[in-house]
Design a protein around this ligand. Structure first.
Ligand code: UDP
Length: 244
């Protein structure tokens, strides 16, 4: 439930000092978990997301296998200590929904038909949450899938846009999400502008929706470049330094 309204824009700036079209600072680290086939740490402002990918590996139990393609699973989990009011551990309606839409946002780019009867399991853990966690998780998972060597058509990039104090803004933080008027997380293949997830909480006019989507596309292009650079840096370094 939304809390009471507070002023979110003062002197043309947001409470954290950002302009309307600013992303929060992003940090990406690839290959942070030794046991995972691919992993990525993704920071978006105060959000800290960790993604681990396992597979392709034989799917168990066998009756869940698909004879034609790999089966992709995605588990989004917010740590109890990741938010101010401790979150009850374990899955809940929200995490089931976030896991489903996040899996569907990545599914179209994974070349699942290369690995029939296998499982590709994606785990996303939120160590710190400040709104936009599903988008941070998708960005992390996309890089982790690539790091696992899973054949993909392209990377998926994700960001939210929203409305606060009547203004369309990029990448809401938790205060803005709680007290704002609308929140619209988007995921897309940035290079082709193909949208793979679009959700909406609250209301936009048609014009606001169009402006918001344009803003999200521009930001996804920026995120895509950061994801790509992080992968290139990791793997060009690995070859040079004789890592595994
Ligand atoms: N949140 C929380 N406790 C919860 C669920 C959410 O404190 O049980 C906070 C958390 O900061 C989260 C934000 O509310 O990032 C927004 O949640 P939302 O469901 O909109 O998803 P998100 O924006 O994180 O993808």
């Amino acid at each position: 439930m939304k809390e009471e309204k507070i002023e979110l824009i003062k002197d043309g700036k947001r409470l954290d000092g950002r302009d309307f079209e600013d992303l929060r600072p992003i940090k990406i680290e690839v290959g942070v978990l030794k046991r995972a086939d691919g992993s990525c740490y993704f920071e978006l402002g105060n959000n800290k997301a960790l993604a681990a990918v396992y597979g392709p590996r034989e799917k168990h139990p066998r009756h869940l296998q698909d004879a034609k393609t790999a089966v992709v699973t995605y588990r989004y989990n917010m740590a109890p200590f990741s938010v101010d009011d401790r979150k009850r551990p374990g899955p809940d309606r929200r995490s089931v929904e976030v896991s489903k839409v996040s899996r569907e946002s990545l599914d179209p780019v994974i070349l699942k038909e290369y690995y029939p009867k296998t499982a590709i399991d994606v785990y996303v853990e939120l160590l710190q949450s400040d709104a936009g966690t599903r988008t941070a998780g998708i960005n992390a998972a996309s890089v982790a899938l690539a790091a696992a060597g899973i054949p993909m058509r392209d990377l998926v990039s994700s960001v939210a846009v929203g409305k606060i104090d009547g203004e369309v803004v990029l990448d809401l933080n938790a205060v803005e999400d709680n007290h704002g008027e609308a929140d619209m997380p988007v995921a897309m293949v940035a290079r082709t502008d193909t949208i793979t997830m679009l959700q909406m909480d609250g209301r936009f006019t048609k014009d606001e929706f169009e402006r918001g989507l344009k803003l999200a596309k521009k930001a996804c292009h920026e995120i895509y470049e950061l994801q790509r650079t992080a992968l290139i840096e990791k793997y060009s370094k690995s070859v040079g330094e004789g890592e595994e």
